[in-house]
Every structure is written in structure tokens, then in C-alpha cells.
Ligand binder design. Structure first.
Ligand code: MN
Length: 497
């Protein structure tokens, strides 16, 4: 993924010529230093200073350019002096990308002994940013407001986290998802309105008959398969029967062929996410579980059983968390554990991403007991421990609702010697009873996108940018209040449409 290399956040400073050219020159100089400082933090992409804007014409031209720019994934604004906000109206109305309003100041402290009226006329963000805030609120534009001193770590971290959301949002606007086969028969929650999804969330879902994949398999060469098998052998431990001299080795070879074929189709169509369906495997030897695991690890989105919304969300998580150490995956709630605060075993038939593994994954081949195909290869491992977020997006008919649950992944209470799939074991916040109860009340899926690296705040920013409903289930969630919130939201969204 080279998304971060190609993406920029533009920084623009509001000013006006009332105070004279010398003031604007100083504003420009201070802004440059602030942008340099912000870039020195954890910013995953470049923040580019675009100068001061001093009139309606300059503001409008800047935002039109930002809207049209392929590189620009978001704009950050700061009002060093007072910037009369009527001059921002046309520009803001022409702009639909993520917006951040930085409320900072060039100097950290009040210079008690030396402050004079010149200082007051230059350093006006305390009130200038309020004038700007008014017009953004008046225009009903969602934005992130970040208050903090620009040299502080906390400020820089929040800005970097927001930049990741912007890059991931931009990626979703170009995202194509290949859907091999259709939705699993009769399943409701994984389906939805793909036209509305493209209009609101940005991505496109393309149906691909699984027979096309079977055909592409024929074009995979032995040399390609051999090279991939060598990679498997360096990356994973092998169960004896799945190793090169084992009885099930031919199944590993077929798994490699499927991975190469899926990769070829994704790349040919410039798609960055896909879904499969164990019920639609005509012409395939086995459910391509190992392929799903490995392609997720390479940054592709994935959803099982035709679940295109989760495939998009997994891709979102992959882009947002690029380069971070914890990992992310597609997961499904499998088995409940009513002990203590309660916990849920997360797994899937096969498709869990090895970036969340606690140790080198083991490649194994076992029967699947579903789908009627040959025994599939898969990576078996347990997720490492730590806090994370699990999320889903559901289609409520008149809107999309994003549900985010903070979870704590723990070491399982005991080994699972007879379960041949990857797994994670977590406690949903605040406890199983409230966490699972709230999730079900919200209509949340059994499938989730999960990440160790992302925060609730980042997902909330994504929901704001997409302008969709967000429900957060965390340590403060109480069922009685959640019901009130959902009822209020119901009215709000009916009024809004
Ligand atoms: Mn499933």
C-alpha cells in the first residue's frame, strides 16, 4: 500500500488584510513553523502548508482546488488573526472532503511582561477560531475540532490519527469490492442497499461469477505456485500432514493456486477487497480460506458469505492502521463463555487475518464439514492480548448505522486442541451481558472488522465524515440510556432525510 505516500493534508490559515501586510507576513511565518512542527510528529502523510487566505476569492479558490486534487485527502484550518467568516461560506460549500479545525496558538503562554496591542492584534485565534467555528456550524458541516498547543504530543497524535482516517476515507471513495458469488442464502444482516452504500460510503461492489475465478485458475503457472509455496514455508510452521512430504500437501498446492487466481482478478480489476461464499465454489477445489487470510494480511478487505459491508470495513481498518503493530481482521462471534464478566470466542470457518496472531501461524489441512468440497488449508493461531475495537455497519433501510464496541482480547482460559481454526477470545465492554445485549439491540452483525490499533475516536471521525449514525458500546454503556438514544436517533434520521 502506498496510499500514505500519495496523500496530503492541506493546511490553510485564515487572515485578513485589515492589520496590514506586515501582520499577514508574520501570520505566514508562524503558520509555516506550526506545519513543520506538526509534520515532525507521528503524521503518516505529509501536511502541506497552502498559505494564508485573506478574501472570499482566495478561500473559494483554495477549497475548489482541494476538492479537485487527487492528493488532498483533507483540509486543516486555523485562524491566527480574526478572519471574517462570511468569506468562508462559498469555499466551505464547495468542499466535501474531511475538514479539521485546529484551535491552537503560536505561543504556548501569555507573555505577561511584554504583551502590547500589536501582540493582541496578531495572536487572535482565541476569538478568531470562534468566528470560524460559527460559520461551519451554521452551514451544518461535520468536522473535527482539535484544541491543543501545536508542539504538544497529544495534539500531534490526534492530528496523525485523524490523517489516517482521511486517507482511509479517500481510499473508500475509490474502493472496488469483488463479490465472488452472491450473499449466503437468506442471510439478512450481511446484505443491504449497494446503491446507497456507493452513494453514502463511496465504494463499489462488483459481482463476479465464481466460474470466472475457476477459469483464471487455469492461467496460474506452476512456477508461480512453486514460488508462493516457498513463501508459505518461510512464513509458517506446518502440520506434518500438510508439509511438502505429507499426504495433504496437494491441498496446500491447490490453496496456493486459488490465492494466485484471486490476486490476479483483484489486481486486474484494481479491486482492494473481496467476498467469498462457501455455498458457491463451482470449479474450485476448496473454500479459499488461506487466500482470504493471506490477502487480508497484505491489506485487502475481506468478508465471508458475501458480506461486502464487512469487506469494505476490513479494508478501511487495513488502510487506517497501515504500519501499526497490533493488526486487524475479519472475525465472527462464535461461542459464548458465561464465566466471570463473560467473554466470546471469535473465529470463522477459516478466514482470520494472521496480523493478529500471538506466534508464528501453523498451516494445517482439515475437513470443513460444510460446503461439500475438498479439505481446505488454513492458518491456525490464537490472537495476542490487548484492547481493541470491533465494528460493523448495518443497513437500517433509511440509513447506515455503525456500531463500535470496545473489547479486551485475552489469552483463552485453556488450549483448544481440537479446534483447527484461528481464534480470538475477548470480553466486550463493559461486560458480556451489556456489550452483547447492546450490540444485538442495535442490530449488529455476527461478522465484525476488528483492530488492535484503531481507537473509538477514529471510528467516530469516520462516521462523522460519512455522516452516518454511530453507536459506541464501551465501559459507560447502560441499556436504559442506549434505548433512549436509539429512539432519539430514529426521529433524527427520519427528520433528516
Ligand atoms: Mn460467517
Amino acid at each position: 500500500m502506498d496510499i500514505y505516500k500519495k496523500s496530503q493534508i492541506w493546511f490553510v490559515t485564515g487572515a485578513q488584510l485589515l492589520y496590514g501586510g506586515e501582520t499577514v507576513r508574520q501570520v505566514d511565518d508562524h503558520s509555516r513553523k506550526i506545519v513543520e512542527g506538526l509534520n515532525a510528529g507521528e503524521m503518516p502523510l505529509a501536511m502541506v502548508y497552502k498559505g494564508t487566505v485573506n478574501s472570499t476569492e482566495e478561500v473559494t479558490a483554495l477549497f475548489r482546488e482541494a476538492e479537485a486534487s487527487e492528493a488532498c485527502v483533507g483540509v486543516a484550518t486555523w485562524m491566527h488573526t480574526f478572519s471574517p467568516a462570511k468569506m468562508w461560506i462559498h469555499g466551505l460549500k464547495a468542499f466535501h472532503k474531511p475538514l479539521l479545525h485546529l484551535h491552537t496558538q503560536y505561543n504556548r503562554e501569555i507573555p505577561w511582561a511584554n504583551m502590547d496591542m500589536d501582540y493582541m492584534n496578531l495572536n487572535q485565534s482565541a476569538h478568531g477560531d470562534r468566528e470560524f467555528g460559527y460559520i461551519v456550524s451554521r452551514l451544518r458541516k461535520n468536522r473535527k475540532i482539535l484544541v491543543g498547543f501545536w508542539q504538544d504530543d497529544a495534539t500531534r497524535k490526534q492530528l496523525a490519527a485523524w490523517a489516517r482516517v482521511c486517507a482511509a476515507w479517500a481510499d473508500q471513495q475509490r474502493l472496488k469490492i469483488l463479490r465472488f458469488g452472491d450473499n449466503m442464502n437468506n442471510v439478512a444482516v450481511t446484505d443491504g442497499d449497494r446503491v446507497e452504500a456507493e452513494s453514502v460510503l463511496g465504494y463499489h461492489v462488483d459481482y463476479v461469477p465464481v466460474g470466472d475465478l475457476a477459469e483464471v485458475q487455469q492461467s496460474v503457472t506452476q512456477a508461480e505456485i512453486d514460488e508462493l509455496l516457498t513463501q508459505y514455508e518461510t512464513e509458517y510452521a506446518f502440520a506434518p500432514n500438510a508439509a511438502r512430504d505429507g499426504k495433504e500437501w496437494p491441498q496446500v498446492v491447490e490453496a496456493a493456486r486459488e490465492e494466485l487466481a484471486i490476486r490476479k482478478m483483484l489486481d486486474a480489476k484494481k479491486a482492494k477487497a473481496f467476498t467469498t461464499n462457501f455455498d458457491a465454489l463451482h470449479g474450485l477445489n476448496q473454500l479459499p480460506g488461506l487466500a482470504a487470510q493471506r490477502l487480508m494480511a497484505k491489506g485487502y478487505g475481506f468478508g465471508a458469505e458475501g458480506d461486502w459491508k464487512t469487506a469494505a470495513l476490513v479494508r478501511l481498518f487495513k488502510v487506517m492502521g497501515q504500519g501499526l503493530p497490533g493488526g486487524s481482521s475479519f472475525l465472527e462471534d462464535y461461542v459464548l463463555h458465561f464465566v466471570g464478566d463473560g467473554a466470546i470466542l471469535q473465529a470463522h470457518m477459516l478466514e482470520v487475518c494472521p496480523t493478529i496472531a500471538d506466534a508464528k501461524p501453523r498451516l494445517e489441512v482439515h475437513p470443513l464439514g460444510i460446503g461439500g468440497k475438498a479439505d481446505p488449508a488454513r492458518l491456525v493461531f490464537t490472537a495476542h492480548s490487548g484492547k481493541g475495537v470491533a465494528a460493523t455497519i448495518v443497513d437500517l433501510g433509511n440509513r447506515f448505522r455503525m456500531i463500535v464496541n470496545r473489547v479486551e482480547v485475552r489469552k483463552p482460559d485453556a488450549d483448544l486442541p481440537k479446534l483447527p481454526v484461528a481464534r480470538a477470545f475477548w470480553k466486550p465492554e463493559p461486560d458480556l451481558a451489556t456489550g452483547a445485549g447492546a450490540w444485538i439491540l442495535c442490530g449488529g452483525t455476527h461478522h465484525t472488522a476488528f483492530s488492535f490499533d484503531l481507537t473509538v475516536e477514529q471510528l467516530a471521525e469516520y462516521a462523522e465524515i460519512a455522516d452516518i449514525e454511530l453507536v459506541v458500546i464501551d465501559e459507560k454503556t447502560e441499556m436504559v440510556r442506549l434505548k433512549e438514544t436509539l429512539r432519539t436517533n430514529e426521529v433524527y434520521y427520519w427528520m433528516k432525510k
